[in-house]
Design a protein around this ligand. Structure first.
Ligand code: ATP
Length: 320
């Protein structure tokens, strides 16, 4: 392969830049030209593409977001859009593409691979909701951002004997809620993957814990449940505590990536180049059982990750 393209697609996540840097440098080091494609599949359709050199990715390893910008493209899902993208690849001599994004982006990568442009996907999302991989680029930074924010909330909740209900991101998944919830010592963690009962798992639990002398509470709620306001009202009414809700929102998507995200993004980017340089496409790079591996895209899309229920149980036992 003489020329590859690289794009970021779907939601941005911290560490995407580290992956872009690794792909660019590893490819150039192997004598492969690298074309940066702006705004995901939209840029592939419109030809918003520039050639990258080793210095194009200077000074980005520590930056959140994505220097390639990201977008969602409905047009790319149509055969016409797909054909335009293939035409662009031909114009720029792009023979393979590294796609950093989530499941939707991998579906696009699979469609392109099936039409003769081998693609390799890298899991880039803060939500950790990619079935084939134990970890996704940006997840670690997002958890650490939540921890930093909730630590601040805890200071004020403690000073006012308050209950703080914190909604965290994750879309339909509860991974951010679970791990951040453990790390901040939340009294309750509500996630879509584990059935809960507000009466027993929140109210009675708070009552029991308060008998041991605890006077402030942190409750973490995954956004996918869409219950933050209602839960806050119920807690305030039933416990008579001063109860506030905080929706952390997009602060969780930004910020300088953690060391872990930078290293993992670099490793995954490097792995993608190793595949494409051998002409291997239609793969998704993943982190499984502490190893960087890759799967066929269709297999990757059909894989399901078990929610770590044992961690959830542990959280409930130790946060009393
Ligand atoms: P995130 O998890 O951050 O939302 P994602 O990759 O899952 O990332 P999507 O919006 O689902 O985000 O997909 C990104 C882009 O991938 C879409 O805008 C579209 O261009 C392309 N895409 C999604 N699904 C398909 C599909 N079935 N076929 C072809 N392309 C697709």
């Amino acid at each position: 392969m003489k020329t590859i393209g690289i794009l970021t697609s779907g939601g941005d996540s911290p560490g995407m830049n580290a992956a872009v840097r690794a792909v660019t440098r590893a490819a150039i080091n192997r004598g492969i030209r690298v074309m940066g494609i702006r705004r995901g599949y939209s840029g592939l359709i419109s030809g918003d593409i520039f050639e990258m050199d080793v210095r194009s990715v200077s000074d980005i390893i520590h930056r959140g977001g994505t220097v390639l910008y990201t977008a969602r493209s409905e047009e790319f899902k149509t055969e016409e859009g797909m054909q335009k993208a293939i035409q662009t690849c031909k114009e720029f001599g792009i023979e393979g593409v590294v796609v950093i994004g989530g499941d939707g982006s991998f579906r696009g990568a699979s469609d392109l691979s099936a039409r003769g442009i081998p693609c390799v996907g890298l899991p880039g999302t803060i939500d950790n909701d990619v079935g084939c991989s134990d970890y996704t680029i940006g997840f670690d930074t997002a958890i650490n951002t939540v921890i930093a924010m909730v630590d601040r909330l805890r200071d004020t909740a403690q000073s006012h004997d308050r209950c703080s209900v914190v909604e965290v991101m994750g879309r339909r998944a509860g991974y951010i809620a679970l791990e951040a919830g453990i790390a901040v010592g939340a009294s309750a963690i509500l996630v879509p993957e584990v059935p809960y009962d507000i009466e027993n798992d929140v109210l009675k639990r708070m009552e029991k814990i308060s008998k041991t002398g605890k006077k402030h509470f942190i409750i973490i709620v995954a956004e996918g449940l869409e219950i933050t306001d209602k839960l806050t009202e119920i807690i305030a009414e039933r416990t008579q505590m001063n109860t506030r809700s905080t929706v952390l929102g997009h602060v969780q998507r930004g910020g300088s990536p953690t060391g872990y995200d930078r290293v993992m993004a670099s490793r995954m980017g490097y792995h993608a180049v190793e595949l494409l340089s051998q002409g291997i496409g239609n793969r998704v790079v993943a982190f499984k059982d502490s190893k960087i591996v890759d799967f066929d895209v269709q297999q990757a899309l059909s894989m399901h990750k078990e929610f770590p229920v044992e961690l959830y149980k542990m959280a409930y036992e130790i946060s009393i």
